[in-house]
Design a protein around this ligand. Structure first.
Ligand code: NDP
Length: 329
């Protein structure tokens, strides 16, 4: 049996509980592939898991996103030795060598490097699911994207505008607003400076001709933005609450959906939009095609070796990042 260096969550807590340790790694069994990881993605889901919001008993290997090269395969594997692959939404991926279910691996096209592939996999497929199957964004859709300079936010903004939609972006600094504009946002709002976020979004929507409110709000910030998000929708508009970077939204009265104008709220998880292998492969393929064709630019905000992973997570949690942080084994 081989061993591998891995980034381990030693107990629930902050980034200080991360440690690099040696772990055993078995030979691939039927349908499995052994992947040498080139890049691991830093995601909020790692934080929720480390803090115990998504229960996993420590110690465990961190990480829900990676890209690398297949080094060995078991019988009947869906990939071959030498294939470049990326995958997400299975845990334990922050290691040099990872034993994977080969049916969950996405083939990475030759013209997409492994860091980019890694950076685009979890957040890219999330943004793809949110604009295609969660709400179908089309020509004329007016959308709010909160935290638009973040990993998912930058991808959402590009995917919405690529489909003919218009984006009102929020973010927490001038630099971040500038990034949101460069991704295609028509209106930008510094929600840290806003005294009445719903009113500021309404004014931006009016400037775009959406006097009755926006069609959809993409909200990965959660607690801090939820009320303004709901208040910004037109009749029968949809709030896509896809995360909780500022904290979980407290329970709320469903009657507010009625008085707000027959509103919809959905709380999607990428996992439920890639359960089916054909759907997984379709999303991965479309995201990578967008990258290859130059329609989707992936912003890598920084690279950290495993030994400095705590620093990367501290930055993410302190709102000090733009785009995607990568861990390099
Ligand atoms: P980001 O790069 O967007 O980082 C989070 C951003 O949220 C920060 O940069 C910050 O931007 C903003 N923010 C606002 N308030 C806070 C706060 N109190 N603490 C920290 N950040 C805050 O992260 P990701 O792109 O990785 O993820 C964005 C959201 O998407 C997360 O909620 C994540 O859980 C969710 N997600 C959901 C998935 C799903 O399947 N449902 C899959 C992937 C991600 P600013 O400074 O501009 O306010």
């Amino acid at each position: 049996m081989a061993t591998t260096r891995a980034l381990v969550v030693t107990r629930h807590g902050g980034p200080e509980v991360l440690a690099v340790e040696e772990r055993d790694v078995a030979e691939p069994g039927p349908g499995e592939a052994l992947v040498e990881v080139a890049a691991g993605g830093v995601n909020f889901i790692d934080v929720y898991q480390r803090e115990g919001v998504y229960p996993t008993e420590p110690p465990y290997v961190a990480g829900f996103e990676a890209a690398g090269t297949v080094r060995a395969v078991g019988e009947g594997a869906a990939v071959a030795v030498g294939d470049r692959v990326a995958w997400s939404m299975t845990s334990g991926l922050h290691a040099e060598l990872v034993l994977a279910d080969s049916t969950r691996l996405l083939p990475v096209p030759d013209d997409v490097d492994l860091e980019t592939a890694c950076a685009a996999t979890l957040q890219g497929m999330t943004a793809h699911a949110l604009v295609t199957d969660c709400v179908r964004v089309q020509e004329g859709t007016v959308a709010v994207v909160h935290a638009a300079a973040g990993g998912v936010g930058q991808l959402l903004t590009q995917m919405i505008t690529n489909r003919g939609g218009t984006v009102i972006a929020t973010a927490g600094s001038d630099t971040k607003l500038e990034i949101a504009r460069s991704r295609g946002a028509s209106e930008v709002i510094d929600y840290g400076q806003s005294e009445d976020l719903a009113a500021d979004i309404a004014a931006a929507a009016r400037r775009l001709g959406a006097d009755a409110g926006v069609d959809v709000v993409y909200d990965g910030v959660g607690k801090a933005t939820f009320d303004a998000s709901l208040a910004s929708l037109r009749r029968r508009g949809t709030l896509v609450l896809f995360g909780a970077a500022s904290g979980q939204v407290p329970p709320f009265d469903l009657q507010r959906l009625n008085s707000g104008g027959s509103l919809f709220v959905t709380r999607p998880s990428l996992a439920h939009y890639i359960e089916d292998r054909d759907e997984l492969l379709m999303r991965g393929r479309e995201v990578f095609e967008d990258i290859s064709a130059g329609r989707l630019d992936i912003a890598i905000g920084g690279r950290h070796p495993f030994a400095e992973a705590a620093e990367a997570y501290r930055a993410l949690e302190a709102r000090a990042t733009t785009g995607k942080l990568i861990l390099v084994p």
